[in-house]
Ligand binder design. Structure first.
Ligand SMILES: NC(=O)c1ccc[n+]([C@@H]2O[C@H](COP(=O)([O-])OP(=O)(O)OC[C@H]3O[C@@H](n4cnc5c(N)ncnc54)[C@H](OP(=O)(O)O)[C@@H]3O)[C@@H](O)[C@H]2O)c1
Length: 175
């Protein structure tokens, strides 16, 4: 009897990026986009979510209904209710185990810049909300290389009632 082939999981980057590339300010979001928070929830619920320590602190608590995997090299950082990983490899291994247990087909990387930069070379897909504003900020999404990524689908939206700006949902796939 042969072993079953290793299970394949997609690694998906999920981010909201302003037109000037900004994704964060003062360890928080640089724009108020209520509709994007709803989209974030629907794209992550029931899946392992992988994030850096600073993003976890900006959220302030574990996201319910998801396995929160937080990377930090700080041995003293051990909040309750999350899986702590001391390296990206350890985080991906924990996320794969969790996706397997949950029957989830993907691992969702939710930031911030540091983690996006390290995982973009491994990613299969990126679900990006382009927010059509240019806020001040101190953290940026890594450049999306057009020789590596193509916009597979795009939809444009006016601001919702609690959004600061118009936005576009773009799914990027490997070229
Ligand atoms: N607009 C969006 O979609 C979006 C999404 C997420 C976050 N954000 C924003 O992005 C900002 C935070 O991003 P950031 O880049 O400053 O921080 P981050 O990526 O959230 O966290 C960085 C931290 O992760 C840990 N880390 C990184 N690589 C590691 C590795 N290979 N092994 C172990 N630990 C590792 C380190 O923690 P230690 O220092 O503890 O070792 C590092 O300081 C905030 O403003 C947040 O609001 C925006």
């Amino acid at each position: 009897m042969t072993d079953a082939p290793p299970r394949r999981f997609s690694i998906v980057l999920l981010a909201a990026i302003a037109d000037n590339g900004v994704i964060g300010r003062d360890n928080g979001l640089p724009f108020r986009q209520r509709s994007d928070l709803q989209r974030f929830k629907s794209l992550t619920m029931g899946k392992p979510v992988l994030m850096g320590r600073k993003t976890y602190l900006s959220i302030g608590k574990p996201l319910p209904g998801r396995t929160n995997i937080v990377v930090s090299r700080d041995a003293g950082f051990a909040p309750a209710g999350v899986v702590i990983a001391r390296s990206l490899d350890a985080a991906l291994a924990a996320a794969r185990d969790d996706a397997d247990k949950r029957g989830a087909g993907e691992i969702v990387v939710i930031g911030g810049t540091d983690i996006f930069a390290q995982t973009m070379p491994l990613a299969d897909r990126m679900e990006i909300t382009h927010v059509h504003a240019s806020p001040a900020g101190d953290t940026y999404f890594p450049p999306i290389d057009a020789t590596q990524w193509r916009a597979a689908t795009r939809s444009d939206h006016p601001p919702g009632p609690q959004d600061e700006a118009a936005f576009s949902y773009v799914t990027y796939e490997r070229v």
